[in-house]
Design a protein around this ligand. Structure first.
Ligand SMILES: Nc1ncnc2c1ncn2[C@@H]1O[C@H](COP(=O)(O)OP(=O)(O)OP(=O)(O)O)[C@@H](O)[C@H]1O
Length: 342
């Protein structure tokens, strides 16, 4: 489904490549966690799949299409086959939940009757049908992220890319989001999720691809957040830990968060950068990582989530759209004959 072959990508304003000689494949139906310290290249890799930025060297192929050779006018159409979820939700603030999701169908010219049916079905799937008429500021962060996921999947994309989708959420809301992503994946969609969330990666036991300073250092079928002790990635990160002044006896769980992000190449995207957002991308600036803020304050980037997230095995095939019992008829959106919300 997605293939990177010896891909190197360097931003004009950076001395070092954001991605260096990356070769990796994500297959149909894969669920992949993309992990690595702040600035290791996760977002750059996701954006390349969206064809935001091309490699200077190497080749990116998605569903058989060589993105390097793709002509510009094909790009908007291509991007519609991919659903994207961001840390900061990026819902349109002056549109209701329903309209935000419907908008994704309107831009592809879907007929009004199909829009109404598909949007409500998708909102039911993310348990938001009862909040369809609310505006983003009238719902919680977790609900906003579920609305953003509904928008990402309403056109039934083959691929969903999620860039820190739980980064702004509490554990309970994160768990809801993960259940939905897992359900999306169970229906055959390839899901690639960049995350710093140790608890989630450990609980899910899915494929883990780890980047370190733009290089791929681990690709493990059913991995956890930390590399297996003694592995090449472990050794590399242990050496890094020593270099950054942490004691060798520091517990390994700190490792993947222990790389400083200070300096010119430290995860900040300078003004006038060379990779302007696409016309289709929302224009909001991405939320800044706590890691970046800590780094700026001169502290090392050591973060740990103190909670546990569990995904019991018997929950794996749970139907996220099981009948709800808490919705009153008055909660449901009200449509006029043209299918518009009243
Ligand atoms: N648009 C840009 N212009 C210039 N440099 C960039 C741009 N985007 C990313 N970079 C640089 O490329 C490197 C990789 O950044 P990227 O955002 O891909 O890392 P990341 O792993 O996603 O980080 P985070 O976890 O903080 O989101 C960093 O050194 C960053 O400063």
């Amino acid at each position: 489904m997605i293939r990177f072959e010896n891909v190197t990508r360097k931003y004009r304003s950076s001395a070092k490549p954001a991605l260096e000689d990356i070769s990796v494949e994500f297959n149909r139906g894969d669920f992949v966690f993309l992990i690595g310290a702040s600035g290791s290249g996760k977002s750059t890799l996701l954006r390349m799949i969206l064809r935001e930025g091309l490699p200077q060297r190497g080749k990116v192929t998605v569903a058989g299409q060589n993105l390097v050779l793709m002509v510009e006018r094909r790009v908007p159409h291509y991007r519609r086959s991919i659903g994207m979820v961001f840390q900061d939700f990026r819902l349109l603030p002056d549109k209701t939940v329903y309209e935000n999701v419907a908008f994704a169908m309107r831009v592809i010219g879907a007929p009004r009757s199909a829009i109404k049916k598909q949007v409500m079905k998708t909102l039911e799937r993310v348990a938001l049908d009862h909040l369809a008429r609310r505006y983003p500021h009238e719902i919680s962060g977790g609900q906003q992220q579920r609305a953003a996921i509904a928008r990402a999947i309403v056109n039934k994309p083959a691929i969903v890319l999620a860039d820190e989708p739980t980064g702004n959420l509490d554990p309970a809301a994160s768990e809801e989001v993960m259940k939905i992503l897992r359900w999306i994946n169970a229906s055959g969609t390839t899901v690639v999720m960049a995350t710093h969330d140790r608890a989630i990666v450990d609980a899910m036991g899915r494929r883990v691809v780890q980047l370190h300073r733009g290089r791929l250092v681990r690709d493990e079928a059913a991995g956890s957040y930390d590399p297996p002790e003694g592995s090449q990635a472990w050794e590399l990160l242990a050496a890094e830990q020593e270099k950054t002044g942490l004691r060798a006896s520091d517990p390994m769980p700190l490792l993947t968060e222990a790389v400083p992000v200070t300096g010119t190449d430290g995860g900040q995207h300078p003004a006038g950068h060379d990779d302007a957002p696409s016309a289709e991308s929302p224009q909001q600036a991405p939320a800044r990582e706590p890691a970046e803020r800590e780094a700026e304050a001169g502290t090392s980037v050591l973060r740990r989530r103190e909670y546990q997230v569990s995904f019991p095995e018997d929950d794996a095939d749970a139907e996220p759209d099981a009948p709800r019992t808490d919705i009153k008829p008055s909660d449901l959106p009200d449509f006029d004959e043209q299918g518009e919300l009243r």
